[in-house]
Write a protein that binds this ligand. Structure first.
Ligand code: SAM
Ligand code: SF4
Length: 463
């Protein structure tokens, strides 16, 4: 199979759009605001734009797209690392097989249950499972059982309702097994779409095969996993090229399967133990460029969720929420056992260092202060609003009928079960304000009724 990334075309576009007149930049920004998405050439023009005023307009436009598609809600999740063993040699990663200094382990099922319990008691309903590639110890049999353990773990404050996955690619058969465990999204990052760079940073192991990685999300779709997530590890190669290539990947999936990715992740390389490259990335992306690429992605694919992890620091993360990010992780640990272990000895063996070390309640406090509604909603995937069906709902703005009410119901539940007094007050004010903003009177009163039920002890309410 050949790569579907049109390298020549991307390079030509990047040359051709170096000096696009400001009036054309204006029309592209207007097109973005109208939720029509962007063509590759339009995205290239914005990526090349350096005019400060126009760049600020790009941020504002992205903010307005975010507001019309997602409103004020922000979905929260936590990563759960199943393993730190890996047969690959990704030069930027602390888990790579040559890194023998750090401790390596795969969680037992008992440990998986313990980690899950801690996360449930922290307020989480949605997890992202992460693992190194280790077919002998952490293959599909293990992953299947681990997911079963997670869904089966219950505490006095409920359980996990959605498990998303970020593990090595599988055969279509493997993906079919994964699908039947009831996963939400399957995520896989291409890391870099630039093939020579890919070869350089993935010198050995199954992951060194660029083409297999590139078509992995096709295999997942063929297996019936219709919510897939993609991403680039920013810092390995030129961010302009990577952003355009990522958009080509989006269009490829849309062409093949009638639906693009459910989410796009935007990790930037963070320092990892024994990885000199991670400390000095060859194409380090500045905060300014990073913010710009997030905003341009928001304009280019308005209906695709965008995920930001705790790799970024707290202040910068809060800034990015205004221009396009719709899902964030909180209180993350990047090594197996990180939540339930009493000591912090695993910190040094984490996959990479974290920029945002706030606890979940601190993150919730901060985002509420900035006017966002934290959402723990998992409704869409539980009622089958996934893949193309989800996009059909999202596109005409219908998702507002479900997402806003559901975010209020889950936030209310969080406040009652986990919220400290000061957060409860601020949270209730947000709920009142957001409730009043629901224009459809029928939906507003149905939401009010359900909120009352939550107050009276009802749980797991959704539309
Ligand atoms: N092992 C699987 C893989 O590589 O696809 C899945 C899990 S891997 C732990 C998840 C992601 O972590 C990778 O796709 C990579 O983008 C990211 N990652 C690895 N090293 C990193 C670093 N130093 N800083 C930030 N992200 C990193
Ligand atoms: Fe293994 Fe994934 Fe780390 Fe590469 S990025 S070394 S595949 S865990």
């Amino acid at each position: 199979m050949d790569s579907f990334i049109p390298v020549e075309k991307i390079n030509t576009l990047l040359k051709r759009t170096r000096d696009v007149p400001l009036r054309d930049i204006n029309s592209i920004i207007q097109k973005g605001i109208s939720l029509k998405g962007l063509e590759l050439e339009e995205a290239a023009a914005l990526l090349q734009c350096t005019d400060k005023e126009k760049v600020n307009e790009i941020y504002c436009a992205a903010g307005s797209v975010k507001e019309s598609v997602y409103g004020k809600r922000l979905v929260l999740f936590a990563p759960l690392y199943l393993s730190s063993t890996c047969i690959n040699s990704c030069l930027y990663c602390g888990f790579r097989r040559e890194n023998r200094v750090a401790e390596r382990n795969v969680l037992t099922y008992e440990e998986v249950a313990l980690e899950t319990e801690v996360l449930i008691r922290d307020g989480h309903k949605r997890l992202l499972l992460v693992a190194g590639e280790d077919p002998a110890r952490c293959g599909i049999d293990y992953i299947e059982r681990a997911i079963e353990v997670i869904y089966g773990t219950r505490t006095e404050v409920g359980g996990i309702k959605r498990v998303n996955i970020n593990v090595a690619p599988m055969s279509v058969k493997g993906f079919q097994r994964l699908k039947s465990t009831g996963i939400g999204t399957y995520q896989l990052f291409q890391e870099t779409y630039h093939q020579p760079t890919y070869r350089r940073f993935h010198p050995a192991g199954p992951k060194s095969d660029y083409i297999t990685r590139l078509f992995a999300l096709d295999c997942a779709q063929e297996a019936g996993i219709d919510d897939v997530g993609m991403g680039v590890l920013f810092g390995l190669y030129d961010y302009r090229f990577e952003t355009l290539a990522l958009l080509c990947h989006v269009r490829h999936l849309e062409g093949e399967f009638g639906v693009g990715p459910h989410t796009i992740s935007v990790p930037r390389i963070e320092p990892a133990s024994n990885s000199p490259i991670s400390k000095h990335p060859p194409y380090k992306v500045s905060d300014e460029s990073f913010k710009k690429l997030v905003a341009i992605l928001r304009l280019a694919v308005p209906y695709t969720g965008m995920i930001l992890s705790t790799r970024e620091d707290a202040i910068f993360r809060d800034e990015l929420l205004n221009i396009g990010i719709s899902q964030i992780s909180a209180n993350s640990k990047t090594y197996p056992g990180g939540y339930s272990r009493k000591d912090n000895s695993g910190n040094s063996s984490g996959q990479f260092l974290l920029g945002d070390k706030r606890t979940t309640s601190e993150v919730i406090n901060d985002i509420s202060r900035h006017g966002f509604t934290p959402s723990f909603c998992t409704a869409c995937y539980r009622v089958g609003r996934t893949g193309r069906e989800f996009m059909d709902y999202a596109k005409p703005g219908q998702i507002q009928r479900f997402c806003l009410p559901n975010s209020l119901l889950t936030f209310k539940e969080y406040l009652l079960d986990f919220g400290a007094d000061n957060l409860q007050k601020a949270g209730e004010a947000i709920i009142r304000e957001q409730l009043a903003s629901i224009k459809d009177q029928k939906i507003r009163s149905a939401t009010k009724k359900k909120l009352k039920e939550v107050e009276e002890g009802g749980r797991d309410m959704y539309f």
